[in-house]
Structure formats: structure tokens, C-alpha cells
Write a new protein. Structure first.
Length: 304
């Protein structure tokens, strides 16, 4: 029981990390940083931390093919950061995280496209609940909420990339030690980021940044590149994807809490109501999984 609690805590911490990032990115912009500054510094610092950890942790010999696959896994995580952080230039942190959260139903879409795993009626209904909750949580129904459609589009694209990253890391290099796997993936993410920002690298200046950006970059590297993949790799295999999905939704309240505490953003009651609906959708689609297994099998047999 104690071990299960610790694994659950690991996943909870991993999910909460994603909720923290949006606030620190907004603080980075306020400190004079550009999108290029934020993305590249995050990966460089994360890579340095993981490299230091790799010296003292387990490593194994990998084939060139496996190294190539892990490097490729870094592509969607880099693009996720580019799209998501770009959306934060026009969206509040409390709003952008709602669109990033759509990876929950996008992941089911990828499972169907790549493995032909069909969505059960229960999971389909839970996705509908998630979409309805997201509409309320995004605040698009309230005129008092400043909503930018372009920013929302960038944030939604980041959700598609985030879901792809989660899918790829769940099927690639499952036997590779956690720190080693994260280190190689981060190299791929840094290389991808450099390629994306090549047009702006020549004019990149650090003299205009406030000293506080150093601490912001350190926090982004730790909470964005180092901690989440380590925590998910430790906890997910032990507690299962159903409970893991519920716990990873910690990013939502954490994002809202930090946006209110550090950015003084306003989250309206109807948006909190939308968050509650989202939690209900996740709970409905996952927590009763065992009790409905027989119904799902019968549905598949009848459908076939």
C-alpha cells in the first residue's frame, strides 16, 4: 500500500509540473525574454541537469537504431514547447493550459490511428464531457474573458504534439533506463529547437534580460525537461494508465493556482465549473474501468 501511494505521488508531481510551466513562461516574457530565449534555455539547462544525473545512474548499451528513435521522440516535445509558449504571448496562463489539456482525448485518437484501438462507448462519452468542460473552462462563453483565437490555435496544436510525445515515449525504449532515455530525448528536443529558431539565432541578445530570468530558466528546465518524464516513467507502469490519467490532471488546478498567485490573473466561477466538469469526465472514463470491463468486451463482441 505504501509503495502504491509513492508511485501515485510521483505521477501527481509529474502532472503538476506541466501546470507550473505556463506561469514561469509568462514571468520570463515579463523579464524581457523572447520565445527563443525561453525554449533554448529550458532545453540547455534540462540537458545539463540530466547529464549530471546520468553520471550517477544506470546506463546501458544502445543500438544506433534505438538512439535514433529516442532522438526522434524529442521532436514532438520541442514542438510542444514552441507552440505552447507561443500561445502564452496572447493567452492567459490559466486559459492556455486548458487547451494543452486536450491531449487527454487526442491520445485516444492517436491510439485509434496508430493501433486501431477502438474507443469504447464509455470513453467516447467521457471525451464529450471533457469537450463541454473545456468550453466552460476556456471562458469563451463569457465576454469578460479576453480570448484570442490565434493563441488558442497555437495552444491546441501544442496539445496534439504533447499527445504524440506521450504516445511515442510509451512505445519506444521501454527497457532503456529512465535517466538515459530522458537525456537522449532531450538532445533530440534541443536539436529540433535550434533548427526551428535558426532564423533568430544571429540576432539573439541576452544583455536586455533581467537577472531574474536566470532563475526562471532554471525552473523551466527542471520542471519542463527533467522532472515530468522521470516521474511518469517511475509511477505510470506501477499504478496503471487509468489512475495515472486522473492524477496527471493536477496540472489544471496547479496552473490556475499559480496564475492567480503570481500573475494576478482572474479565474471566473464559470471557468472553475468547467474544470470540475473536466475532472468528472476523466473520472467517468477511467476510475470505473475494472467494473465495466465485462460491458466493454460484450460491446466489442456485439459490434463484431
Amino acid at each position: 500500500m505504501k509503495a502504491t501511494w509513492l508511485y501515485s505521488l510521483a505521477v501527481l508531481i509529474g502532472g503538476a509540473c506541466f501546470g507550473i510551466l505556463s506561469t514561469f513562461v509568462k514571468l520570463g516574457y515579463a523579464a524581457g525574454a523572447s520565445l527563443t530565449h525561453i525554449v533554448l534555455s529550458q532545453f540547455v539547462i534540462g540537458l545539463v541537469i540530466l547529464g549530471g544525473m546520468l553520471v550517477f545512474t544506470k546506463r546501458t548499451s544502445l543500438s544506433l537504431a534505438m538512439i535514433g528513435k529516442l532522438l526522434a521522440c524529442g521532436i514532438p516535445t520541442a514542438i510542444t514547447g514552441v507552440f505552447y509558449y507561443h500561445s502564452l504571448q496572447t493567452l492567459d496562463a490559466s486559459l492556455a493550459v486548458i487547451f494543452l489539456f486536450q491531449f487527454v482525448w487526442i491520445g485516444s485518437l492517436y491510439e485509434f490511428l496508430f493501433t486501431r484501438k477502438r474507443v469504447t462507448p464509455r470513453r467516447f462519452f467521457s471525451i464529450i464531457i471533457l469537450i463541454i468542460g473545456s468550453i466552460f473552462a476556456a471562458g469563451v462563453l463569457q465576454t469578460s474573458v479576453q480570448f484570442d483565437w490565434i493563441g488558442a490555435g497555437w495552444a491546441l496544436l501544442s496539445a496534439f504534439c504533447s499527445a504524440l510525445f506521450m504516445y511515442l515515449t510509451s512505445v519506444v525504449g521501454t527497457d532503456v533506463p529512465v535517466v538515459q532515455k530522458s537525456f537522449i530525448i532531450s538532445i533530440g528536443g534541443l536539436a529540433t529547437s535550434v533548427l526551428v529558431f535558426i532564423p533568430t539565432l544571429g540576432s539573439l541578445q541576452f544583455s536586455g534580460l533581467e537577472p531574474s530570468f536566470i532563475w526562471i530558466a532554471l525552473l523551466l528546465g527542471f520542471f519542463g525537461i527533467v522532472l515530468p518524464p522521470l516521474m511518469f516513467s517511475i509511477g505510470m507502469p506501477k499504478i496503471g494508465s487509468g489512475l495515472g490519467a486522473i492524477l496527471s490532471t493536477a496540472e489544471l488546478p496547479v496552473a490556475l493556482f499559480f496564475s492567480i498567485l503570481l500573475l494576478q490573473e482572474t479565474v471566473l466561477p464559470l471557468q472553475w465549473f468547467g474544470v470540475m466538469i473536466i475532472f468528472a469526465g476523466i473520472f467517468y472514463g477511467n476510475v470505473t474501468r475494472r467494473s465495466t470491463r465485462k460491458d466493454e468486451l460484450n460491446w466489442r463482441e456485439n459490434d463484431g
